[in-house]
Design a protein around this ligand. Structure first.
Ligand SMILES: Nc1nc2c(c(=O)[nH]1)N(C=O)[C@@H](CNc1ccc(C(=O)N[C@@H](CCC(=O)O)C(=O)O)cc1)CN2
Ligand SMILES: Nc1ncnc2c1ncn2[C@@H]1O[C@H](COP(=O)(O)OP(=O)(O)OP(=O)(O)O)[C@@H](O)[C@H]1O
Length: 288
């Protein structure tokens, strides 16, 4: 798995991040060893929980600084460049064989005030040709985010039209739990068909797959749970694809990460697709 690839190939910066995780961010949790008398303890300096949480706070602080810088750059982005880049990114996705062949997708509903890469054309195309019951070979099924609470809990619910969406307290369009006739919307975690493709928002990305979100932890928490589900069911890993304006691509090492952060498999920028993980290199190069 790609996230495991990171853990076994850390860059010096990631290595530092990996060494300072508090127990709650380590996976799997460490085994609990019986304590030894002080005289038998090795005479080495161990990092304490306090050191670890100080370092973790430092990472979150660095993330906050980077978020502020990127938000500012997005605010001052030339509107005609923005619209040119929105069109270029969406055209690249629409033409991509891995998009055309996808049958079940999770995508975000772009929010103008957050200055996110526009997904409106992609959503229109996905909804134009819905998957019909009993005919999974054609058409696409779309799931979009719904924030459930402030504890990084988000679900992905099925919609069949943009009219299914209403603005939430953050002014992001999202589906109500039930449709207009009172039927409970399908949650992607209950679906019996795997998601092939996730189109992901982010404030910043790099070419090694790091992604800086908006700080809620919603996507990282969700993506990790979905990876676990796919593994339990022996499904192929979905492709995690970030959509990024040029100015959101950072040099490697600039985006701070913790073990909680999930890497993207590929990026779509106005200049093209950047496959990153081994599975993305395989799927994107062979065109499916
Ligand atoms: N379109 C879209 N939908 C999404 C997300 C997203 O990033 N984009 N999310 C991804 O998690 C979840 C919602 N999480 C969000 C987290 C923060 C903000 C937000 O307004 N952030 C402000 C700063 C707020 C502050 O710091 O006080 C901002 O980034 O400018 C919005 C959504 C689920 N739905
Ligand atoms: N100093 C801190 N110590 C511990 N946890 C924190 C700290 N600051 C933020 N968090 C929590 O860590 C979680 C992940 O934050 P992180 O910055 O990685 O989010 P993100 O990757 O930007 O967001 P998303 O996954 O939604 O895109 C959030 O739930 C956040 O509340």
């Amino acid at each position: 798995m790609w996230t495991r690839w990171l853990a076994s190939n850390p860059t010096p910066r990631v290595k530092a991040a990996l060494m300072i995780q508090p127990t709650s961010l380590l996976s799997p949790p460490p085994r609990i060893l019986p304590s030894r008398p002080a005289c038998l303890r090795p005479n080495v300096t161990m990092s304490t929980d306090l050191d670890q949480s100080t370092h973790l706070n430092e990472i979150f602080k660095q993330k906050g600084i980077l978020r502020t810088q990127v938000r500012k750059a997005l605010k001052f982005m030339d509107p005609s460049l923005r619209s040119q880049e929105d069109n270029a990114i969406q055209s690249i996705v629409l033409e991509a064989p891995w998009f055309k062949s996808s049958r079940s997708l999770c995508a975000y509903i772009s929010c103008t005030s957050l200055r996110e890469v526009d997904t409106s054309k992609l959503l229109t195309e996905i909804l134009r040709n819905p998957a019909k019951d009993g005919c999974a070979q054609t058409g696409k099924k779309l799931y979009v985010p719904r924030v459930e609470d402030k504890n990084s809990h988000m679900r992905m619910l099925n919609i069949s039209s943009m009219d299914d969406l209403i603005a939430n307290s953050m002014n992001i369009l999202e589906p109500a739990p039930e449709d207009h006739v009172g039927n409970v919307r399908e949650d992607v975690m209950q679906a019996n068909v795997p998601v092939d493709l996730f189109l992901l928002p982010g404030l910043a990305f790099d070419k090694s797959g790091r992604r800086l979100g908006r700080g809620g932890g919603y996507y990282d928490t969700f993506l990790r749970k979905y990876q676990e589900l796919a593994r339990e069911r022996n499904w192929k890993d979905p492709l995690f694809v970030g959509l990024s304006y040029s100015l959101q691509i950072m040099d490697e090492g600039v985006i701070p990460v913790t073990l909680h952060d999930v890497l993207v498999d590929a990026l779509v920028t106005p200049s093209g697709v950047i496959p990153i993980s081994p599975s993305a290199i395989e799927r994107i190069d062979v065109g499916c």
